[in-house]
Design a protein around this ligand. Structure first.
Ligand SMILES: Cc1cc2nc3c(=O)[nH]c(=O)nc-3n(C[C@H](O)[C@H](O)[C@H](O)COP(=O)(O)OP(=O)(O)OC[C@H]3O[C@@H](n4cnc5c(N)ncnc54)[C@H](O)[C@@H]3O)c2cc1C
Length: 458
């Protein structure tokens, strides 16, 4: 009787799971393990919203395994010690897991490989599980990664994407391997009230609905803030409840301009992953320094607090920040404009914004969050690093009727049409009816000036 361990990390699914398939093909029984990694928690990633979705995913994975005759083994602590212990208890020779990109993931993988080898066991790391293509498989001639998206995407599109794998019919798990209880969501009071349900089954329903209808309008409507016409699959991709490989195949099969535009966004996800894999320090340090001396001190802190609370006096910024708090998610156009507002108009360090996002975002991850923040701040891969998004212009363009703002900023719900975007322009008598809503904390022209001077572009 041979046994293999499958270590689940950010790939919490049964469909299209190469490590699980390899383990099932190579042995009689399989030990599916998830370890709540103490080091990830200690680094500040244990945000309640994400822990809740993680619990949903683990429960669903356990249920899916039980339907197939198995179960999930859950441990917590040092991942390397726990995996070695589980492999020892099951007398498993091989351990299979998905490749990952962060500095922590790389170090952890190396530690695990050595620890297993010291015990006569072997680690197998599988690519294209959490990304469509393996980071490092698409590279320019003179570098280990692409620093600009457009040429990356051209080359990315030329590569073939492996075929997705079916979910297994049966998973035989040996007895004698101890598990903690599968966690539950925790205290609902700590969670964003509009948090979605997670787990592979929910994710597959969302994917099916999206590919049946939503994707066809995506090319035209993905920036429409009030239309809410994006897939909302980011949490499912973050936890790996959905396979990005399967999504690409299914979107391409659906066909059309919308599907093409959607696949392009999945390539953005791969793009940021390949940048982080090659430059792990970009999670905390500028990818390209602009020698910023970000604002600090009481005034900057007060501005940041207003930004976090959705009380900057710019309704579109505030609407997006309130959506984040309420749903643990924000529309991409909202993320772009609030990030530009914080880092450029208020000239506050992108790390401050990235940290706040990670405290709330249900899809928050190192590659996509940190590198998108850097992109927005102009310290990353943006080819126009000094552009500043004007929130009022953005509001008129992407929320022309003001519907999105009225949804999230109830103090202004009485204002019709686009007047809702500029309450400071109301005649004094009328403005007083909306006194619960603050005046702008910064003059846009002054903010722009300060930023230009800081970047030496005045
Ligand atoms: C400041 C900032 C922070 C961000 N932080 C995160 C984060 O922590 N996690 C995260 O998944 N995305 C992040 N994004 C990217 C993007 O905003 C979200 O992926 C998207 O809004 C999720 O909604 P959706 O699933 O409906 O996306 P859709 O528009 O339906 O796109 C489909 C998928 O493509 C991927 N995608 C889309 N846009 C991007 C992008 N710009 N970069 C990388 N992947 C992308 C996502 O996986 C998304 O689910 C951030 C963007 C900005 C500007």
């Amino acid at each position: 009787m041979t046994t293999s361990v499958v270590l689940f990390t950010r790939d919490l699914r049964l469909h299209d799971h190469p490590p699980l398939r390899a383990a099932l093909d190579g042995s009689d029984t399989v030990v599916p393990v998830f370890v709540r990694d103490r080091a990830v928690d200690a680094a500040g990633f244990a945000a309640p919203n994400r822990l809740a979705l993680l619990a949903d995913c683990l429960r669903d994975l356990d249920a899916g395994l039980r339907e197939r005759g198995g179960r999930l083994i859950v441990r917590s602590g040092d991942l390397v010690e726990e995996v070695c212990a589980a492999a020892g208890e099951a007398d498993a020779h091989d351990v299979h897991m998905a490749a990952d990109v962060s500095g922590h993931a790389h170090r952890r993988e190396e530690r695990l490989r050595s620890a297993l080898e010291a015990r006569g066991r072997r680690l197998h790391v599988h690519d294209a599980v959490t990304t469509v293509l393996a980071p490092g498989s698409v590279t320019p001639a003179a570098s280990d990664h692409f620093a600009v998206f457009t040429p990356y995407f051209r080359r990315w599109g030329e590569h073939s994407v492996r075929e997705p794998l079916a979910a297994p019919r049966r998973v035989r798990v040996p007895g004698g391997v101890g598990s903690e209880p599968v966690p539950d969501r925790g205290d609902p009071a700590a969670l964003s009230p509009g948090l979605p349900a997670g787990g592979e089954r929910e994710a597959r329903k969302r994917m099916a609905a999206w590919l049946r209808t939503g994707v066809f309008g995506y090319a035209d409507r993905h920036d429409d803030l009030s239309g809410d016409a994006t897939s909302r699959l980011s949490p499912d991709l973050h936890f790996g409840a959905l396979s990005p490989v399967e999504l690409v195949h299914r979107a391409r099969r659906a066909g059309g301009e919308g599907a093409e535009a959607f696949v392009r966004q999945l390539a953005w996800r791969d793009f940021h992953h390949q940048v982080l894999a090659a430059r792990p320090h970009a999670s905390a340090a500028d990818y390209r320094t602009r020698h910023d001396r970000w604002r600090t001190g009481a005034a900057a802190e007060a501005d940041t607090a207003a930004w976090k609370d959705g009380r900057t006096g710019y309704p579109i910024v505030d609407a997006a920040m309130r959506q984040l708090r309420h749903e643990g998610w924000m529309h991409n156009r909202g993320r772009l404009l609030v990030a530009s507002f914080l880092t450029k108009t208020l000239y506050v360090d992108w790390r401050v914004g990235a940290r706040h996002f990670l405290e709330l975002l249900v899809d928050g991850d190192v590659a996509n969050n940190q590198l998108n923040w850097q992109w927005a701040a102009g310290t990353g891969t943006d080819t126009r690093p000094h552009r500043v998004l004007n929130p009022t212009t953005q509001a008129r363009r992407f929320d022309p009727e003001g519907t999105y703002v009225r949804r999230w900023v109830p103090e202004l719900a009485g204002l019709e049409g686009r007047a809702v975007h500029e309450p400071w322009r109301l005649p004094k008598a009328e403005r007083s009816a909306y006194a619960a809503y603050p005046d702008p904390i910064v003059d846009l022209a002054e903010g722009l000036d300060r930023f230009k001077r800081a970047r030496g572009r005045d």
